[in-house]
Design a protein around this ligand. Structure first.
Ligand code: F6P
Length: 374
């Protein structure tokens, strides 16, 4: 066991923001074990992202959660986050309602005051690009912050991979295996819609692992004809079933993503992409079709071994950056090593599936259709 250095005595806050994903608890545990046992930090878990700093007593009069060894015991394999999360608590764009009218206000000054009042020396913010953007703005106001990148979408450019992605791909692949069984039994065309927002990584990787016959990505606007041809070619070859993976952000050539709801202070909600493909196919093929939307099943569940290890390494490294006073950094996986990179790198660059990447070329070599072929 590492030697405790109690003299440091830093008071460190930890929070999880944005959508949850498998591995968040592994990061919390990694940071707390390193911070408390090695560096003698006192650690405070902030509840529901910034909600617990906007009002430190908003959940209970005791205020937030003291993160000690016993609190993080047995959480490594648990999905979700013991701290709770929110994607509606951006203090710079906080939504309030007055006389039935909603508007956004900046309450970042209140958060800075509460940070001081709680005697905090640092914040470890675990979140996606939105959370990193907020973390960067607080850093500019003088808050010492270290970021940890999370998202099942794997769309942060600053790290080779985010934790949560591996588990989400495994979940989607398990579903595709099941869908394939029933598709084959009934000679059906089955469309499976997966998450990922504007990035097609989950769709591409699960499609590859699950042996999909077509994959529609946000990065490649699709035409319906190549899909029709693939389904018909298979039917003529004596395989009258097909499995098509549709990213929720997929869009037809010349069209837009399927957005079902837009609310003040929130990201537009995507849904209906696979249903739209079904409607377009109906005019061209006789096959019976069914749509399965995997949705939030991809966000929950016990993290894979990869995500447990990556989360633990990220958490440990974040605590080490705090101990070293190396703020304004986000931990990242680069070439197998965990390093600290400037938070703005995560904020300014999102990652998308590159059209010449090997994973995509491999899928094409397997006969997978992406809807861009003529
Ligand atoms: O960013 C993660 C993600 O799961 C996306 O893949 C998805 O579009 C979105 O969050 C769903 O968000 P919510 O939980 O707010 O519906």
């Amino acid at each position: 066991m590492d030697t405790v250095i109690p003299s440091e005595g830093k008071r460190v806050a930890v929070m999880t923001g944005g959508g949850d994903c498998p591995g968040l608890n592994a990061v919390i545990r990694g940071a707390v074990k390193t911070g408390v046992r090695k560096h003698g930090f006192s650690m405070l878990g902030i509840e529901d992202a910034f909600s617990g700093l906007i009002d430190p007593n908003y959940r209970s009069p005791h205020g937030n959660i003291q993160l000690t060894g016993p609190v993080v015991r047995d959480i490594l394999a648990r999905g979700g986050t013991i701290l709770g999360t929110s994607n509606r608590s951006d203090p710079f764009r906080y939504v309030i309602e007055e006389d039935g009218v909603k508007r956004e206000v900046d309450i970042s000054a209140r958060v800075m005051e509460n940070f001081d009042r709680l005697g905090l020396d640092a914040l470890i913010s675990i979140g996606g690009d939105g959370s990193m953007r907020i973390a960067k703005r607080f850093m500019d106001l003088g808050m010492p912050v270290v970021g940890v990148p999370k998202t099942i979408d794997n769309d942060l450019a600053a790290t080779d991979q985010t934790f949560g992605f591996d588990t989400a791909v495994q979940t989607a692949t398990d579903a595709l295996d099941r869908i394939r069984d029933t598709a084959e039994s009934h000679d059906r065309v089955m469309l499976v819609e997966v998450m990922g927002r504007d990035a097609g990584f989950i769709a591409l990787h699960a499609g590859l692992a699950g042996g999909a016959h077509a994959i529609l990505l946000p990065e490649i606007p699709y035409n319906i004809e190549p899909l029709v041809k693939r389904i018909e070619d298979r039917r003529l070859r004596g395989q009258p079933f097909s499995v098509i993976v549709v990213a929720e952000g997929a869009k037809p050539m010349g069209g837009a993503e399927s957005v079902i709801a837009e609310k003040l202070g929130e990201m537009p909600r995507l849904a209906g992409a696979a249903q739209r493909v079904t409607l377009a196919l109906e005019d061209h093929i006789e096959s019976d079709m069914r749509v399965t939307v995997l949705g939030h099943v991809q966000r929950g569940g016990s993290p894979s071994c990869f995500d447990r290890i990556l989360g633990t390494r990220f958490g440990r490294h974040a605590a080490e950056l705090v101990a070293a006073g190396d703020f304004g950094k986000m931990v990242a996986l680069r070439g197998g090593e965990i390093v600290g990179v400037p938070i703005e790198e995560a904020v300014n660059k999102c990652r998308r599936v590159e059209l010449d990447c090997q994973a995509l070329q491999t899928a094409r070599a397997m006969g997978v259709v992406f809807g861009d072929e003529v």
